[in-house]
Design a binder for this molecule. Structure first.
Ligand SMILES: Nc1nc2c(c(=O)[nH]1)N[C@H]1C(S)=C(S)[C@@H](COP(=O)(O)OP(=O)(O)OC[C@H]3O[C@@H](n4cnc5c(=O)[nH]c(N)nc54)[C@H](O)[C@@H]3O)O[C@H]1N2
Ligand SMILES: Nc1nc2c(c(=O)[nH]1)N[C@H]1C(S)=C(S)[C@@H](COP(=O)(O)OP(=O)(O)OC[C@H]3O[C@@H](n4cnc5c(=O)[nH]c(N)nc54)[C@H](O)[C@@H]3O)O[C@H]1N2
Ligand code: SF4
Ligand SMILES: [Mo]
Length: 695
């Protein structure tokens, strides 16, 4: 049977959709529905990038959707803030009360209301349409949605001009692939398929990562550098390219800006200097430069792992410059890819309606510093104290840094908090109202991707469970309740899906096929044409210089580097485990079983020096707090660096915390992003609590 051809008379049918998760792969889904129940979610074999394969997590989407703990009615708080005590209420009562509370606060100052959302769904409709209209009309504070990718995004903007790069499929034709700050097998599985194809055809794979990740293990070479030292490595590679004249002089002359000053900067970074900074053998750096300078086509898959430290923006800039030195861009299998999302012609003005703001220009709250900001009093500089939060598509109490402060802020009795959720997350536990949201199987959406260049449509496969409503339906109802009577508050989800790309994408093709490939050139910068102000790859950025920054990429050492403090001598990174997606899926039994329990990976030498045994309970701590978990002694960790894999729910942690108890709210050099992987700690033997949350 053809997909989507369901009628109520058909007991079994399949429905085409899109994976909603914050993952570069944006897979095409095929959901099998039996008698109105989604029984299986698979990859759509017709979509080339998906290739009929999903990751283990999303294969469990039905288990998550029909989870016995799904929230299926609105809930109202019935105990102290944060106690997790709620009673079910009707939608009418919830909506009336919420609208009244928000109206009361808005009458004094709408900027005291803050929306808090991220990429629980990346859908353009359920993630950034009716919600934005609602908050624009209300005049609420803006949110800087910076918690993941802003340092890298800003770096690309100031180097290549936008989030653009190689087409992912052409990595399959590369002869050398640098996998830089990316655990592709965990976080970018469908890129890994292309890399495997290249490997089978003789390509060399090199991984650059402080952790010997699942991916690093499967590459030919692993440079296990210290966290936050990538710019030093990239500059040393440039040094070698210059010294050995592995340069494309014609490309440099025609298509780049600032070569002379960059050349001078790079000549200050001989491999011996970088080796000392990165904690690598100088010969390994020289060898990588030789490979990169003499292999064609050479491609770099850099990912967001490199930009979660103080100098993350500079690191991405330094890496993004490399293909212009060798002219790698001339071939379609050469260049660099971080994110390609700027290619998508999203009609954000139509979707989000900033005109509803009128003349108002609300302040902006940075989602990374929500811990501090919830605890700030009103001031001329800050504006009004935050009095209300509306959280959706995010779990800030678990994912935002320095969570002791985040939890303290969310526990304020005078804060009014509404959380749209599927589950009782750490954040939902702190709500005044929890509103039951639909999952991707229950609503319409349309998607972009940041790891390929296809638009995808998501059709609902089943009716909303219980009394769940889509985010859009909830914001439409709240708008009506608040008396917002502009016609745009009556657009239904299918209309919003059409508005997302307007005439830029053939919606009929999306309805027919489920996806549509953007018409883009194979080798976008073979002859320059970068979307920068100069049209060139900007080694020197006048825009950054005008902000008082260094106009050239440089190495900015971590604030909390390994060995920088006697009390907290270890550097800690906290990248995600394979079977969770940020804090999503942590409560899905089959996946939780695979990940077993919260842990920190330590090098056996670091453990021995502290009397720590494999599997024992340890206390990881610094000046911000303490986190209890199990030690895993393994050479996946390099000496001096520990890997506390994320992102467990706090309430499932041994002592009610997760790794963000330790991370800091300090911001990156560009984009005001988080510095999760710029964090120093000490580790000591710990004592298990009497009752373990997970057996
Ligand atoms: N299974 C799974 N997939 C996911 C996610 C998930 O939680 N689980 N999260 C999704 C999201 S939101 C994102 S943003 C992406 C994240 O995926 P990536 O963009 O790949 O980023 P990270 O996982 O943060 O880090 C990738 C690798 O960088 C390494 N790393 C840490 N610090 C440094 C450094 O200073 N330099 C270098 N060179 N490497 C460093 C880490 O050890 C890790 O192996 O993945 C998405 N996909
Ligand atoms: N220490 C440390 N901290 C990190 C990271 C790290 O590597 N280390 N990674 C960071 C990164 S890269 C990111 S992107 C952030 C991610 O942070 P978040 O974007 O908050 O991601 P999740 O933890 O997956 O939480 C998303 C929530 O949205 C809900 N949701 C999903 N779909 C819908 C929907 O349609 N409607 C509604 N209302 N809710 C929905 C899910 O149930 C889930 O609870 O975390 C960051 N925090
Ligand atoms: S999380 Fe990523 S790999 Fe898994 S199904 Fe979704 S898009 Fe594909
Ligand atoms: Mo992210």
């Amino acid at each position: 049977m053809t997909p989507d051809s369901a009628t109520s008379a058909t007991p079994v049918h399949t429905v085409r959709g899109a994976c909603p998760h914050d993952c570069p792969d944006t897979c095409a889904l095929l959901t099998t529905v039996e008698n109105g129940v989604a029984v299986r979610v698979q990859g759509n074999p017709a979509h080339a990038h998906t290739g009929g394969v999903l990751c283990a997590k999303v294969s469990k989407y039905p288990e998550r959707t029909y989870h016995p703990e799904r929230i299926l009615t609105p809930l109202k708080r019935s105990g102290p803030k944060g106690s997790g005590q709620f009673t079910p209420v009707g939608w009418d009562e919830a909506l009336q009360d919420i609208a009244a509370r928000l109206a009361q606060i808005a009458a004094r100052d709408p900027e005291a209301i803050v929306p808090y959302s991220y990429a629980g769904t990346m859908g353009l409709v359920q993630g950034e349409s009716m919600d934005r209209r609602f908050f624009h009309r209300l005049g609420a504070s803006f949110l800087h949605r910076s918690i993941c990718a802003e340092a890298g995004a800003e770096a690309l903007r100031h180097t290549l001009g936008a989030k653009v790069g190689m087409k992912v499929e052409f990595f399959a034709e590369s002869k050398l692939i640098l996998i830089w700050g990316s655990n592709s097998i965990t976080s970018n599985l469908h890129f890994w398929r292309y890399a495997q194809q290249a490997k089978r055809d003789g390509a060399r794979l090199v991984c650059i990562d402080p952790r010997k990740s699942e991916t690093a293990e499967k590459c030919h070479e692993h440079l296990q550098l210290l966290p936050g030292t990538d710019a030093a490595l990239a500059l040393a590679l440039m040094h070698e390219l210059i010294q050995n004249d592995w340069l494309d002089h014609d490309y440099l002359a025609c298509y780049t800006l600032g070569w002379e000053p960059l050349r001078e900067r790079a000549l200050q970074w001989p491999p011996d200097r970088a080796a000392a900074v990165c904690g690598l053998p100088a010969e390994q750096i020289r060898q990588l430069a030789r490979d990169y300078g003499s292999t064609r086509p050479a491609a770099i898959r850099v990912n967001y792992g490199v930009q979660r430290a103080r100098g993350g923006g500079n690191a991405v800039r330094a890496i993004a410059c490399l293909p212009a030195l060798t002219g790698a861009w001339r071939e379609r299998a050469g260049g660099v890819l971080l994110s390609c999302s700027s290619n998508f012609p999203v009609q954000r003005t139509a979707l989000q309606r900033p005109d509803l703001l009128g003349a108002r220009r609300p302040r902006t709250i940075n989602m990374v510093t929500i811990g501090d900001d919830l605890l700030r009093p009103a001031s001329a500089e800050f504006g009004p104290k935050i009095e209300a939060l509306v959280v959706y598509n995010s779990n800030p109490v678990a994912v935002a840094p320095e969570s002791a402060k985040v939890a303290q802020g969310f526990a304020r009795e005078d804060l009014f908090t509404v959380v749209l959720e599927h589950f009782r997350t750490d954040t939902a536990d702190h709500a005044d109202y929890i509103l039951p949201a639909t999952t991707q199987l229950e609503h319409w959406d349309v998607h972009l991707a940041y790891g390929h260049t296809d638009v995808l449509l998501n059709r609902p496969a089943v009716a909303p469970l219980g009394q769940a409503r889509s985010n859009t339906a909830i914001f439409r109802a709240l708008a009506a309740q608040m008396g917002f009577d502009e016609p745009c508050f009556r657009d239904d989800d299918e209309a919003l899906c059409r508005q997302a790309y307007g005439a830029q994408v053939d919606f009929e093709q999306l309805l027919d096929q489920g996806f549509a490939t953007l018409p883009l050139p194979d080798a976008p910068f073979a002859q320059g044409g970068f979307p920068t102000p100069s049209g060139r790859c900007e080694f020197f950025s006048a825009a950054l210089a005008a902000q008082g920054q260094d106009g050239l990429p440089d190495h900015l050492p971590n604030r909390e580097a390994a060995g920088s403090s006697a009390a907290y001598p270890l550097a800690m990174i906290s990248p995600p485990v394979r079977n969770f997606l940020n804090s999503t899926f942590v409560n899905v039994a089959s996946l939780q079983k695979l990940e077993h329990r919260p842990l920190v990976e330590m090098h056996p030498r670091d453990a021995a020096a502290r009397g720590i045994q494999d599997g024992s309970v340890v206390r990881v701590f610094n000046e911000r707090g303490s986190y209890l978990c199990h030690a895993e002694l393994t050479e996946r960790a390099r000496p001096g660096v520990v890997n506390a894999l994320g992102l467990w729910w706090r309430k499932l942690g041994l002592a009610g915390t997760n790794v963000n108890q330790l991370t800091s709210q300090a911001l990156t050099d560009m984009g005001a992003g988080p510095t999760f992987y710029d964090c120093r700690v000490q580790v000591a033997p710990g004592t298990a609590p009497e009752k373990l949350p997970i057996q």
